[in-house]
Design a protein around this ligand. Sequence first.
Ligand code: GLN
Length: 305
Amino acid sequence: MQSLLYSIIEANRSWTRQGKVANYIPGLAKANPEALGIVLITTDNQSYAAGSHETPFTIQSISKILTFTCALMDTPFAELSKIISLEPTSDEFNSISSLEIKNTHKPLNPMINSGAIATLSLVKGDSYAERFQRVFSFAKLLTGNEALPLNQDVYASESRTGHRNRALAYYMKSTDIIHDDVEELVDAYFRLCSLQVTCHDIARIGAVLAGNGLLPGSETRVIPKDICRIVKAVMATCGMYNGSGLFATSVGLPAKSGVGGGILAVSPNRMGIGVMGPALDEKGNSLAGIKVLEDLSKRLDLSIY
Ligand code: GLN
């Protein structure tokens, strides 16, 4: 397995030059575009790594899985369904037009920005400081990384420039999807996007989902099985934004990407996969990261379809 991972990373390294590091959040522009790494963690807790697997990056939209999972655990499904849909989108991840036109008021799914912002309001807590802590603690539990840091530079940068996200939240306040203070809500959202992870951290979150809610190599349940099923289904249909359909045909795994360059993929009952490559394609997904996952899926016959 180890040598397979080395060879897949080397074979796909040149793809990093075809992509571009995100710069709409200035703090992200400092990432090394040539970095490319992978970690696999099996449900029985064996791990394998290759490439830049220790290079830190911010979790960005991969945090949407954590927020959605907490919301499903904290809010009855019928309530949640009044606030968000679970349908794929052909628009960009920060689109505002889909809120106004396509679905009149509800965000299309929890894997895009509008949906994740709305989902955060469904997490248990009396304030957004508490809701942030709830998801942050859950992130530490799933990654097994008690020292999970917040990248202050990226947080400050997104907080200074994240006006599209504020616009999405204010729009949803105007349509009664959100009832809380928008600034407090988006601040918690920005913090969650700024959690600093490695491939290992996101692979371990994937391994918990692959194991239907058990921590890898243990009988400790941290997510109900039914909720894992919903999260994986939404990842499979919506996790790569408007690239989810093509990704399903070429990789065939539930996955979630982030503009920090991470992709978390889940091979059900087998393993979690964490890939990082900050050079992105035009949809905001790691370009070389997708190529790595395509190769891995072919070599290990991982597609669920
Ligand atoms: N923090 C980013 C944003 O809100 C997350 C987007 C992403 O990773 N696609 O724009």
